[in-house]
Design a protein around this ligand. Structure first.
Ligand code: ATP
Length: 371
């Protein structure tokens, strides 16, 4: 299932040249985006980039200054929030403190004047889906943070919206619970066959849960792609930096040929031979972005070649359990980072501070970036 690869596929949610201004401040700038039915889609970006504003325009809490928001092909302008088949999950502190879990979940259904038996059935279904059955009679203050979050989720799903909007849904949870809840949300989305749109500044959260991610910066979308594409083939320095850890090597293009492109590093004496495609021409300054786990590290003074290999001195090491991070200096000021798995070795390492090492990588390990 990859409708975004099919040019004739009809989007479920569409932002068409949407601009949102607050006074003379432009929060969203002429942005277009297509999201497909049953997608788990993430809007990812730093504080103030406009992601919440996007979500609020879809929910109907904000009106675009220009452009249209469409759902199932229908222009939503003029449709009030309560008439949109979209629901927003609010943080758990928006629960009614004096009501039990089941009453919290039933609240919106009662307001909609649903029949008693139907409400009971729906609440039971929601309790089951969110694994809250044992806590149905409790009040929010008698629950853990994670359980409260699930009540908020159950409440927002109770009316069976077609689209669920999640704004930083897991922000209040600790790391372990956040990871667990991420998987639960994915299972739930799968089971309910709904479209989920999550807004987050947490790249791990977006990478874990989303089918596709839109990376936003200053009211614009920089890149839309699947998590592996965004990680392996970022289209800009901004995206490469935002997602995960990266070595950004400034370099000059020496030549391009059918075999790939050859770059001279700007600050040290090594050459990068890469199969990464680029429009850059000989003489251009570019950046070579390579993830630390793609940089190998072995003890040694001199490398047999300076192509895709650099001599360095270990500057610091961080032991993280699953991996160790080595920062190795290639000159007075520049550091290349190599992340080495600890899967096969334990704390005792043959390479330590001040050791001379050779860093090396494969031709297809990184990407050339021109912006
Ligand atoms: P965060 O993660 O910090 O919530 P965000 O990407 O969700 O950031 P938005 O809430 O969409 O950001 O806000 C985008 C920009 O628009 C911010 O600079 C914000 O100050 C501004 N903004 C949002 N709502 C209003 C408003 N009602 N009036 C004026 N400016 C606003």
């Amino acid at each position: 299932f990859a409708p975004w690869e099919d040019p004739s596929a009809v989007p479920f949610i569409e932002f068409r040249n949407v601009t949102k201004r607050f006074g003379d401040f432009t929060a969203v700038n002429n942005l277009s985006l297509k999201i497909f039915e049953r997608e788990f889609f993430a809007l990812l970006g730093g504080s103030g980039c406009g992601k919440t504003t996007m979500m609020r325009m879809l929910a109907g809490f904000e009106t675009p200054t220009q452009g249209q928001v469409l759902l199932a092909g229908q222009d939503l302008s003029g449709v009030p929030p309560y008439r949109r088949p979209v629901n927003m999950m609010f943080q758990s502190y928006a629960l009614f403190p004096h009501m039990s879990v089941e009453a919290n979940i039933a609240f919106g259904l009662k307001q909609d004047k649903m029949g008693k038996a139907d409400i009971e059935a729906r609440v039971a279904e929601m309790l089951r889906l969110t694994k809250l059955e044992p806590f149905a009679k409790r009040k929010p203050h008698q629950l853990s943070g994670g359980q409260r979050q699930r009540v908020a989720l159950a409440r927002s799903l109770a009316k069976r919206p077609k689209v669920l909007l999640l704004d930083e849904p897991l922000g209040a949870l600790d790391r372990k619970l956040r990871e667990e809840t991420q998987f639960e949300l994915m299972d739930l989305q799968e089971e309910l066959k709904m479209t989920f749109l999550v807004v987050t500044h947490d790249q791990e959260e977006a990478m874990t849960m989303a089918d596709r991610i839109a990376v936003m910066d200053a009211g614009e979308i920089v890149q839309v792609a699947t998590p592996p594409e965004i990680y392996e083939a970022p289209n800009s320095r901004f995206v490469a930096d935002f997602i995960g850890d990266v070595n950004m090597i400034e370099a000059k293009v020496i030549e391009t040929s059918e075999d790939g492109t050859r770059l001279q590093a700007a600050s040290a004496d090594f050459v990068i031979q890469t199969t990464s495609e680029t429009t850059a021409r000989p003489g251009d300054t570019v950046w070579y972005a390579i993830r630390p786990e793609k940089v190998r590290l072995v003890a040694g003074d001199t490398s047999p070649s300076n192509i895709n290999a650099a001599a360095a001195v270990v500057w610091d090491i961080a032991y993280l359990g699953d991996v160790s991070i080595f920062n190795a200096r290639i000159n007075e000021t520049d550091v290349l980072r190599s992340t080495v798995t600890n899967a096969t070795r334990l704390v005792e390492r043959p390479i330590t501070w001040d050791d001379r090492v050779i860093l090396s990588w494969d031709q297809d390990a990184g990407v050339i970036l021109t912006k």
